[in-house]
Design a protein around this ligand. Structure first.
Ligand SMILES: Nc1ncnc2c1ncn2[C@@H]1O[C@H](COP(=O)(O)OP(=O)(O)OP(=O)(O)O)[C@@H](O)[C@H]1O
Ligand SMILES: [Mg+2]
Length: 350
């Protein structure tokens, strides 16, 4: 089974650059998630790999084969589309059987494969329905089943869980994780859901405006973000990003006045995760503000502290409830502050 290589891949439509000079290598058998906000170029990148769009510049390899000019049907990729693309006149059973017919799997095997796959995606009871008689989440499971029923060289999945409710999504996520472990088919998985990306993928490619921001293991994306965009995109709630000035080894902003071990002077964006901020007494404080909100989520309480327009969120235990407008002092966990360039968001080694 081959990996996938993107070399300086760009896709333009007139003035729109959907994918901007992206290079990355997906290893054989790897599960890579493309993560980013709406419009950042995730689907386009995937469609370029599938051969459904023409590359403007650059090269794509599947295994060691340059596929720029290879017909989509000859790439041996199986794709789950964002909008399902099921055959409306066919039952679920026939939708699942379709890829088996196209790839000439012996008829005797169809029934068993349809049965195994429909169990995997929890569709066994719906095999005789047509797409119009299914909910969005059920349709999406048919699309997923149709992609996994045969074993292609590459799976391309575009938000395959997006129309399911939270509970089903969680069980399908576990199913996909287990499936990949068993099949070990090279997979590109597109999502704007950071939890999906972080939990499923061996590596995550974070995109913004067509540009690859970082391509790394989930733990590195979380612990070692390359840009303020990546830092602000993962984690729930996301990393706090606070603009301020470092002068004479102190960082100062509306909320914060705190010593920093650095010789850097000037404006920076400070990044600190909610779980690395602790409530403390005035003496040890890095900052102070008034409580803006206190939200108990069931497992924890998210407290947001504000001074004017500047806000910072921290995590506390679920037993904590803080009155709005009270004053709160906080400090940062040692060694857990990140600094980013205020203009381009690059991580600064300071
Ligand atoms: N056929 C097209 N012609 C012109 N522009 C397009 C075309 N398809 C996509 N785009 C533009 O390319 C950019 C990237 O689109 P793409 O569909 O790849 O985003 P995405 O990351 O998948 O977003 P979403 O999460 O909303 O699905 C967008 O600005 C989009 O408007
Ligand atoms: Mg998309």
């Amino acid at each position: 089974m081959p990996g996938i290589i993107l070399k300086n891949v760009t896709k333009r439509w007139g003035a729109v650059t959907a994918v901007d000079n992206v290079s990355l290598e997906v290893e054989d058998g790897e599960f890579v998630a493309f993560l980013g906000p709406s419009g950042c170029g995730k689907t386009t990148t995937m469609r370029l790999v599938a051969g459904l769009e023409q590359i403007t510049e650059g090269e794509i390899y599947i295994g060691d084969r340059l596929v720029n000019e290879v017909d989509p049907r000859k790439r041996d990729v199986s794709m789950v589309f964002q909008n399902y693309s099921l055959f409306p006149h066919m039952t679920v059973r026939n939708n699942l059987a379709y890829p088996l017919k196209v790839s000439k799997v012996p008829r005797a095997d169809h029934e068993r494969m349809i049965s195994d796959t429909s169990k995997m995606v929890e569709l066994s009871d719906l095999l005789d329905r047509k797409p119009a008689e299914l909910s969005g989440g059920q349709r999406q499971r048919v699309a997923l089943g149709r992609a996994i029923i045969r074993r292609p060289k590459v799976f391309l999945m575009d938000e395959p869980l997006s129309n399911m409710d939270a509970i089903l999504r969680q069980s399908m996520r576990a199913e996909l994780k287990n499936l990949h472990h068993r099949l070990k088919v090279t997979t590109i998985y597109v999502t704007h859901d950071q939890v999906e990306a972080m939990t499923l993928a061996t590596r995550v490619a974070v995109m913004k405006n067509g540009v690859l921001q970082q391509f790394d293991q989930p733990s590195a994306i979380f612990e070692n973000p390359a840009t303020s965009f990546v830092a602000g995109f993962v984690g729930a709630p996301a990393m706090n990003l606070i603009e301020g000035e470092i002068h004479n080894r102190r960082f100062a902003s509306a909320l914060i006045n705190c010593p920093m071990e650095t010789d850097f002077e000037g404006m920076v964006t400070l990044g600190v995760r909610p779980l690395d901020i602790h409530v403390c007494g005035r003496d040890e404080a890095c900052g102070v503000g008034r409580i803006y909100s206190s939200e108990m989520t069931g497992e924890q309480t998210i407290v947001t502290v504000a001074n004017g327009k500047q806000q910072i969120s921290l995590k506390e235990s679920k037993d904590v409830s803080r009155p709005i407008d009270d004053e709160l002092h906080f400090r940062f966990e040692r060694g857990r502050c990140f600094f980013f360039d205020v203009d381009d968001g690059r991580r600064l080694a300071i």
